[in-house]
Design a protein around this ligand. Structure first.
Ligand code: SF4
Ligand code: SF4
Ligand code: FES
Length: 208
């Protein structure tokens, strides 16, 4: 049987041994080092759009996203230093500028902002494309959406896609229908992963 190849690296002074191909975020998780994240969805390809998981690799000038950077033998990684904490607070302000009001209580975005010590944003609110409309079970609030694409990756039927670019980027169901008129089977997977209240449960949610 082929042995799994392991590599060793150091994160925040802690020696970590992981199999080749592991991301820095997974390596940090393996030893209990908490790296903030919003767009990360375990088991799915990284989008690396929120930039909250930035870490510093010794010898490299630019910060990298831990969720999309593979660990390499001998890497020395700073995952929690003051430079990173300052950068994450600015990044969180940018996220909050995208994140409008929504119902349903505090969401993952707001809880993480609180954890990072960010109470408000200096940046102007981002204009949004109007919501495509929800369903009997799901509320869609584009004002709250931070465009993390977790829902796009969670929907195994491919109902949800991302349309447009930059400030005009928005979600579409079956290329432009309301969720209620789409091929959605109401499995709820997209609602469970949304960190922002952009897609939320309207009431009791029957499994398909
Ligand atoms: S409820 Fe399920 S099928 Fe419907 S859009 Fe969400 S993930 Fe896709
Ligand atoms: S609706 Fe939620 S999960 Fe989907 S892109 Fe927006 S914030 Fe992310
Ligand atoms: S969690 Fe890594 S960029 Fe969002």
């Amino acid at each position: 049987m082929r042995r799994m190849q392991k590599i060793q690296l150091t994160i925040d002074g802690c020696e970590v041994s992981v199999r080749r191909g592991t991301t820095l975020l997974e390596a940090a998780d393996a030893v209990g080092i908490d790296v903030p994240r919003l767009c990360h969805l375990p088991g799915r390809d990284p989008r690396a759009v929120c930039r909250l998981c930035v870490v510093a690799i010794e010898g490299e000038r630019a910060l990298v996203s831990a969720c999309s950077t593979r660990a390499e033998q001998g890497m020395v990684v700073d995952a929690s230093g003051p430079r990173l904490r300052a950068r994450r607070r600015v990044v969180m302000e940018l996220v909050l500028a995208e994140h409008g009001e929504h119902g349903g209580g505090p969401c993952e975005v707001e809880l993480l902002a609180e954890e990072l010590g960010v109470e408000q944003t200096r940046f102007a609110p981002q204009p949004r494309v109007p919501s495509p409309g929800g369903s009997e079970y799901a509320l869609v609030e584009s004002e709250a959406c931070i465009r993390c694409d977790r829902c796009v990756r969670a929907c195994e039927r491919g109902v949800i896609t991302r349309k447009g670019r930059g400030p005009g980027a928005h979600l579409a169901f079956d290329e432009g229908r309301a969720l209620s008129a789409s091929s959605c089977i109401a499995c709820g997977d997209c609602l469970v992963v949304c960190p922002a209240g952009g897609l939320r449960l309207r009431g009791l949610f029957p499994r398909a």
